[in-house]
Every structure is written in structure tokens, then in C-alpha cells.
Design a binder for this molecule. Structure first.
Ligand SMILES: Cc1cc2nc3c(=O)[nH]c(=O)nc-3n(C[C@H](O)[C@H](O)[C@H](O)COP(=O)(O)OP(=O)(O)OC[C@H]3O[C@@H](n4cnc5c(N)ncnc54)[C@H](O)[C@@H]3O)c2cc1C
Length: 434
């Protein structure tokens, strides 16, 4: 590590051992279900399919979960993103909407239970997720939100400004939703634990096996990697942003949002006693989102909009200034890790699975909140693919839809996070919730 900290490598990759070895695909294989991508979504799906004894192969281009899973902050936030249960019921209809809302409500509990069941050591703490707001109108909207969730869950509580201040150490918030089913985990250790459980069940998980092409061959699919090929009756694309290169119908269906995550050096006990003293994790409701959590070593993890080139001094100044503004007891601390990742957003910000063609689906549920959500989608999709007559999955299955005005729209999430009001208005016009 240089005196300026580790730049470009996620904290989680740096502090974890290498992933469990999984040999590249070599030669030909045939299977019932092929999963492309071994982040949280692909691994959870593989795990749940193996529990139902469905013959499964997983192909991952890197040597372990990469992309968004390893870049994530590891905040388990079992909440809808910038929308409400009533709005979801209105948009999707009461049946499909209610299923989705139920799934989100259950997702945090399910992820922590699964971690427990499998004995995964990933610093998982179900300490509670705080979602604070500012102003009287924000507080009133949050009170309404808790009411809308009530038919689906009883683990949310509206807390007032004094309690937010006590639980977060942050100033300026008028209220917060405290979701006791949320918390934090180490996403790389989590994905490695899922991979180990899968390998134990003898699922064929192949690392360093990028799928170069996916084509129809009779009534089967053919996936080619640099050193082999797999034919499958059914394929699920779990490559997140990588999905778009695997089928033309997926082009221009998601918008990229580059996010820069940082971890400070471990904070002294005097600060830890004041900031998130009971171990909560926090993401606020601002357009330029503010989020904080601690890792096991006491590093404070937060984020800012991504950038083309990481300049340590610039990001260190920006992050330290923001932390000092929002947290009265914070004292300037050098950043130890800075890394970036791309969150892929759809315009409704609702998790979904796309039915691309016969026997081909794509999980499209990142939206910056996939750790718990993609875990439970793996359960739902796994059950449905194994037992299609046993009822629809909780996650909606939709057709791919291109984002209107994609050529410009692709830059808007980043501009908006940077505070550009015109980007916010334009996104709202094309149906994106801000
Ligand atoms: C910076 C950042 C912070 C985030 N913070 C949080 C958070 O705190 N909480 C939360 O819930 N969510 C968070 N998210 C979102 C969350 O990380 C994602 O929703 C989730 O990890 C997505 O999982 P996934 O398996 O769908 O995709 P990914 O984790 O992106 O995995 C896709 C996998 O597919 C592989 N792949 C790609 N192309 C191919 C190919 N052609 N062949 C084979 N394999 C391929 C990739 O190597 C990768 O391993 C964050 C995202 C980012 C970017």
C-alpha cells in the first residue's frame, strides 16, 4: 500500500483470500440450465437449482465474483429504490406488484438466514438499515411509506430526528425509517461462501470462462468460451452489465452508473462511539446519495459519484469534507481504499427478470441494491425453473424494452448524481424515478 492508500482494488478483494478454485471450462459439456455470470445472482440461482437437483453449469469470466458484487458497499437494504409499495401496486397491478413488494420485504431476512444456514463467514450483521430524510415533507413522506409497507411487514419503524442523530451520529435529518431486517456484510466473502456451497454440491462452476457467444442450436442453446462450449436447454444470463453483449434484445435496456466507493483508515474508538454506535448501516434519500457503514476493522465506508480517473487527493478532500459536514464528531481521516464499480439501472428501478426468448432469461435487478434482492431472486427463479407448475416467482418476468433516447440517457444517472438538475428532469420525463 502506498502512503496514498490502495487505489483501484475493492477493500473486500484486498482483505479476503483468493476465491475457491474452480477450473475453466475445458471441452464440451451439456446441461439442463446454464447460468452465465457468478456474482450474487448467478451463485444464488445455482445454489437453489442444485437444491432442487436441476443439472446446472455456471460460467464466470473472472476468477470469482467480480463486477458489481465485489465493488458493492455490502449494505443490505431491503427497501424499494425511490418508489413506494402503492406506486408498485399501481404500476404492476395488485397481483404482480404485491408479489414483488413481498419479495423485497422478505429479502434481507432471507439473505441473513441463508448465510446462517450455510455457515458463511462474511461479517454479516443484521444490525438494522437506516434510511434518513431531511425536512418536514421528507418526514411526512416517510411516515406514509411505513404505512404503505404495513400490510407486507412489521419490521419498519419511523424514528424522529433525535433518534436518527443518536443512532447515526449524523446531523440534519428530520426522520428515518429503521428497517431491522437490514444490515451489512462483506460481499466478496459472501460470494465466496456461496461458491463453496455450490462446489460442495458438485455444481459445475467454471471460473475464467467468459462466454464469447450464445447462439440457438435446434431446441438448445450453445455457449462458447475460449476453451470449450456448453449446450443447454435453458439459459439464465446473470452477467449484469455483461448481459447486453450476449443477446441483441438486451442492448440499450439498462443505464450505467459509475460509483466510487471508499474506505477510510480504521477510525479511533472515540469516533466509533459517536458514529453508527450500534452498528447500523445508513443510506439516505438524497439525489446525491449519502451512505455510511463500518467494516469489521472499523474503516468507515462511503461513496461518491464515479469519475474517469481516480485522483486520490481530490477524492480524499471531497469525501472528508462531506463526512465532516454531515457528522459533527468526524475528524479528517486518510482514505485507505478507493475503488469503482458500475451499477446498472433500469428506468423503473424495480428488480425484474427478462424473458428474452424461449428458454432464455436475464436477471436485470442491480439498481445499486442487488445484494439481498439478487439472493432472493435466485431462490425464486430456481424454484420456478425447477417446478414451473408450482406458481409464478415473486419477481416479475417481463419483456426487454429499450430505454427511450438511450444515446443521451446513458449519461444522465451520472450527471444527476453529480447534482445536474436538468439530468434529473430529463430522466423523469423518460420514466426514470428520481
Ligand atoms: C459501487 C457499487 C456499490 C454497490 N453497493 C451496494 C450495496 O451496498 N448494497 C446492495 O444491495 N447493492 C449494492 N450494489 C449493487 C450490487 O452490488 C449488485 O446489485 C449485485 O452485486 C449484482 O449482482 P449480479 O450477480 O447481478 O451481478 P455482478 O456482481 O455484476 O456479477 C456479474 C458477473 O458476471 C460476470 N460476467 C460478465 N460477462 C460475462 C460473460 N460474458 N461470461 C461469463 N461471465 C460474465 C462478471 O465477471 C461478474 O462476476 C452496488 C453496486 C456498485 C457498482
Amino acid at each position: 500500500m502506498s502512503s496514498a492508500g490502495v487505489i483501484g482494488t475493492s477493500l473486500w478483494k484486498a482483505v479476503n483470500p483468493p476465491p475457491p478454485p474452480a477450473l475453466p471450462l475445458d471441452g464440451r459439456a451439456a446441461t439442463d440450465v446454464l447460468i452465465i455470470g457468478a456474482g450474487v445472482a448467478g451463485l444464488s440461482l445455482g445454489l437453489h437449482l442444485s437444491a432442487k437437483h436441476v443439472d446446472t453449469v455456471i460460467l464466470e469470466s473472472e476468477s470469482g465474483a467480480n463486477a458489481a458484487t465485489s465493488a458493492s458497499a455490502g449494505i443490505v437494504a431491503p427497501q424499494l429504490v425511490r418508489t413506494t409499495p402503492n406506486a408498485v401496486l399501481k404500476a404492476l397491478g395488485t397481483e404482480i406488484g404485491a408479489r414483488l413488494v413481498r419479495m423485497i420485504a422478505e429479502s434481507g431476512r432471507y439473505a441473513f438466514d441463508l448465510i446462517d444456514q450455510l455457515g458463511i463467514q462474511c461479517s454479516a450483521t443484521q444490525s438494522g438499515f437506516l434510511n434518513p430524510v431531511t425536512g418536514l415533507r421528507g418526514a411526512a413522506r416517510h411516515a406514509q411509506l411505513v404505512e404503505e409497507w404495513r400490510p407486507f411487514r412489521d419490521d419498519l419503524r419511523l424514528i424522529d430526528d433525535t433518534e436518527v442523530r443518536a443512532l447515526s451520529g449524523c446531523r440534519g435529518y428530520s426522520a428515518a425509517i429503521l428497517d431491522s431486517s437490514g444490515g451489512g456484510l462483506d460481499p466478496v466473502a459472501y460470494s465466496q461462501g456461496l461458491a463453496k456451497a455450490i462446489l460442495k454440491r458438485h455444481v459445475a462452476l467454471h471460473h475464467n470462462s467468459r462466454v464469447l457467444s450464445l447462439t440457438r442450436s435446434g431446441n438448445r442453446w450453445l455457449a462458447q468460451t475460449p476453451s470449450g462450449e456448453v449446450t443447454a436447454r435453458r439459459v439464465v444470463l446473470c452477467a449484469n452489465g455483461g448481459n447486453v453483449a450476449l443477446h441483441p434484445a438486451l442492448a440499450q435496456t439498462v443505464l450505467p452508473l459509475l460509483v466510487c466507493e471508499v474506505a477510510t483508515r480504521p477510525l479511533p474508538a472515540s469516533m466509533r462511539e459517536k458514529i453508527l454506535p450500534q452498528g447500523h448501516v445508513l443510506t439516505d434519500s438524497a439525489t446525491n446519495v449519502f451512505s455510511i457503514r463500518f467494516d469489521r476493522a472499523g474503516r468507515l465506508i462511503t461513496a461518491c459519484p464515479g469519475r474517469n480517473k481516480i485522483d486520490y487527493a481530490q477524492i480524499d478532500d471531497l469525501i472528508n469534507a462531506r463526512l465532516a459536514t454531515l457528522i459533527p464528531d468526524y475528524r479528517r481521516t486518510p482514505l485507505e481504499y478507493i475503488w469503482q464499480g458500475t451499477a446498472w439501472l433500469n428506468t423503473t428501478l424495480l428488480p425484474r427478470v427478462l424473458r428474452v426468448e424461449d428458454g432464455l432469461w436475464a436477471v436485470q435487478a442491480c439498481n445499486g441494491r442487488g445484494i439481498a434482492v439478487n439472493t432472493i431472486i435466485g431462490r425464486e427463479l430456481g424454484r420456478w425453473l425447477a417446478e414451473p407448475n408450482e406458481g409464478a416467482p415473486l419477481v416479475p418476468i417481463e419483456s426487454p424494452r429499450r430505454v427511450t433516447g438511450f444515446i443521451l440517457a446513458r449519461y444522465l444517472p451520472e450527471l444527476m448524481m453529480g447534482g445536474a438538475a436538468i439530468a434529473k428532469r430529463t430522466l423523469e420525463r423518460i420514466g426514470w424515478r428520481t
